[in-house]
Design a protein around this ligand. Structure first.
Ligand SMILES: [Zn+2]
Length: 416
């Protein structure tokens, strides 16, 4: 028996309705970011059901919270400033917001999950007062060393009230890629209502559920991501806290993200055409219809069958397959498909902290990108499909021995 079946459906972490619809069952999986060092290869790996449900009332897609929080957070020593692309994204955001809102020395910018100050330092450089809120003490200290004032702790209504008493209130609040990681969404959002000035603005960035559904990006689901949002669902959550969205931008990050601009219900910010247009597109895409969500499972099954057929055929023909990118999404996919090191010899990744370890579950060894040029595989399977163009350019040299690229999502294709 693979664990007992729950006798009652859990309730939606947003609206409280009973969750009777499975979005996708990805089986039992280890945490997607727990890379295995060689000395632990022989030991049993903790694995947990990875089951995503969709709420029939508010259409929040959510993963059952079955992993003890300390296991998830022990892996969270991630420094945002390690990613060049992300730092550049942050710099452009700061510039745009300073000019859009006319921020100056009398303003206040508060970021939730401020990490190592990768974003707020651009406001500090422009002479604008900031406050970061960050639960991981080691990264918060790195931010403070850069002159980014940081409150160490989780964010929610209680923290917001405490900060308000200390005299904080915000012209701009930012929450980038944190909403998905929050177990209690309502308590989290309530904090923004408390800290935003009457005309203050909150920008929220999150991967767009419409892309997940339309492009079968089921591999972006993992235990650390509790929730997956459409614009419509976010608007309902905001409304429950006397807030509203008035503008939105689509960003290419994480396979397609949204940046929603929110304010108090009674603030003067006018609803933009971009917001109206995206509401219409979500409607046309069926994001308020449960049948749309039922379409993901068969597409994931097809993607699994295609990947396994491809690996089988390569094996029969004596062809070598390597993979590129030891990212979380690759692990969800490989473990859902039951792929092992027998089918994929190794995975190359440029992060030196991952090299020498093994992927969780599949136990495929992680090597430096140079290993591709030594092993000369017939196929390189690109796991982070959102970076496929970048990776193809970087590894264009595989042409030399007739090597080809393969991309597994939304359905397997071989690139010439
Ligand atoms: Zn709900």
């Amino acid at each position: 028996m693979n664990g007992a079946m729950p006798d009652a459906a859990p309730s939606c972490r947003c609206c409280g309705a009973r969750l009777t619809e499975t979005f996708i069952d990805l089986g039992r999986q280890p945490l997607a970011n727990s890379y295995v060092p060689v000395e632990r290869l022989g030991q049993a790996e903790p694995a947990y059901p990875l089951l995503a449900r969709v709420c029939g009332e508010c259409f929040l897609v959510q993963v059952d919270a079955v992993v003890p929080a300390e296991e998830i957070f022990s892996d969270y020593a991630y420094f945002s400033s390690y990613s060049k692309g992300w730092v550049e994204h942050a710099r452009r955001y700061a510039e745009a917001m300073i000019s859009r809102l006319g921020l100056d020395g009398a303003s206040k910018v508060i970021e939730i999950a401020s990490n190592d100050g990768y974003l707020l330092r651009h406001f500090v450089a422009a002479g604008i007062p900031v406050l970061g809120v960050e639960p991981a003490a080691n990264v918060a200290c790195a931010a403070q060393a850069l002159g980014v004032r940081t409150h160490i702790g989780f964010f929610g209504a209680q923290t917001a009230r405490q900060l308000k008493v200390q005299g904080h209130s915000a012209d701009l609040m930012a929450a980038n890629n944190v909403l998905a990681h929050v177990p209690d969404i309502n308590d989290f959002v309530a904090g923004f209502t408390i800290l935003l000035k009457p005309e203050g603005l909150w920008t929220i960035e999150f991967p767009h559920l419409m892309n997940l559904v339309q492009q079968a990006q089921f591999d972006t689901i993992y235990h650390e991501h509790y929730s997956y949002f459409s614009l419509g669902t976010v608007e309902r959550i905001l409304a429950a806290h006397h807030l509203r969205a008035f503008d939105v931008e689509e960003l290419p990050t994480h396979g397609g993200s949204l940046r929603v601009y929110a304010c108090h219900l009674l603030a003067s910010h006018e609803t933009t055409d971009a917001l109206l247009a995206l509401r219409e597109r979500e409607d046309a895409a069926g994001m308020e219809n449960i049948d749309t969500y039922r379409g993901l499972r068969p597409r994931a099954e097809t993607a699994r069958r295609e990947l396994l057929d491809f690996l089988d055929q390569a094996g029969r023909e004596g062809k070598k397959v390597a993979a590129y990118g030891a990212a979380a999404k690759g692990n969800t996919l490989l473990n859902f498909c039951g792929v092992t090191a027998r089918q994929i010899e190794f995975v190359a990744d440029s992060n030196p902290h991952k090299q020498g370890n093994y992927l969780p579950g599949s136990h495929i060894p992680i090597r430096a990108p140079e290993a591709i040029f030594t092993a000369r595989p017939d196929y390189v399977l690109i796991l982070p499909w959102n970076l496929a163009d970048e990776i193809r350019t970087e590894l264009a040299g595989i042409n030399e021995w007739g090597g080809k690229f393969a991309v597994p999502i939304p359905s397997l294709r071989i690139l010439d």
